[in-house]
Design a protein around this ligand. Structure first.
Ligand code: SF4
Length: 257
């Protein structure tokens, strides 16, 4: 697949562009800056989910989360949105919160943003049904797609931390400012830190632009958010292939690139 063909997989028509949560847009509208591809150690806080909030399995987590009333979002949701993808995946992708389509379907990233996320992943040969596991920072839709509050994020965080522990991914992708803040406590804007390999709890973490931001920035020019994301997803695929072994790297390179 040529570079041009690969970038074309990111394309959606303007009518498919969804509304973007305000805070997400504000944080991502910071000036773009080149970032390092090297893995950087970052100060981390040990995961400390209380024993009574830990789960023996993802099925047990799902059952409890689907009946959760712990924060105000329970009052306005249609469905609790816990997960999609493969529970054995080496890559875990964390978004912000369910939107309208996710709330209705009970699945994360199934609206326009989710369709673009799938296209991005597929452009480098990932199978979104078996290579990734996808979830959100909070499991219930905030009214009018607003950004989740600190209270909502913190109340829901044990579910997220338990998902990470039970999936045990090698790579975590943080899409947008909210998941970056929830996991890394990072206050810098996503534009300043995207594309960098960070380390958190012994895992490789890369912040990337939220797909909804890319839908509102359609340019594919060098240095544009889409172009930068294309560089990021290629780096992610290369790291993934490195993790699963050199033999796979040879086979996949011939098949996908
Ligand atoms: S967002 Fe999380 S903590 Fe709040 S009600 Fe839903 S599952 Fe419970």
């Amino acid at each position: 697949m040529t570079d041009k063909e690969q970038m074309s997989l990111f394309a959606l028509t303007p009518s498919e562009v969804p509304e973007l949560p305000q805070a997400e847009e504000a944080s991502e509208a910071l000036p773009l800056k080149k970032t390092s591809r090297s893995t950087k150690a970052t100060a981390t806080v040990a995961i400390a989910v209380p024993v009574d909030e830990q789960f023996a399995s993802l099925d047990a987590l799902r059952e409890v989360a689907c009946n959760c009333q712990k924060c105000p979002l329970a009052a306005t949701r249609t469905n609790v949105v816990v997960e999609r993808g493969d529970r054995n995946a080496k890559i875990l992708i964390i978004g912000e919160a369910p939107g309208e389509q996710e709330d209705l379907s009970g699945l994360p990233f199934v609206g326009k943003s989710g369709q673009l996320l799938d296209k991005i992943l597929e452009s480098v040969g990932f199978d979104t049904n078996k290579d990734v596991y996808i979830c959100n920072t909070v499991k219930c839709r905030p009214p009018n797609n607003r950004v989740p509050t600190e209270v909502e994020m913190n109340t829901c965080k044990p579910y997220l931390l338990e998902q990470i522990r039970l999936i045990d991914p090698k790579i975590i992708l943080l899409t947008g400012a909210t998941s970056l803040k929830s996991i890394m406590g990072e206050k810098r804007g996503i534009s300043k830190i995207r594309g960098q390999w960070l380390e958190w709890e012994g895992r490789l973490v890369m912040p990337i632009f939220h797909p909804s931001y890319l839908l509102r920035n359609q340019s594919r020019e060098q240095g544009s958010p889409k172009w930068l994301t294309w560089q990021d997803v290629k780096a992610i695929k290369a790291k993934y292939l490195e993790i699963i072994g050199a033999d796979s790297l040879v086979v996949d390179e011939e098949e996908e690139f």
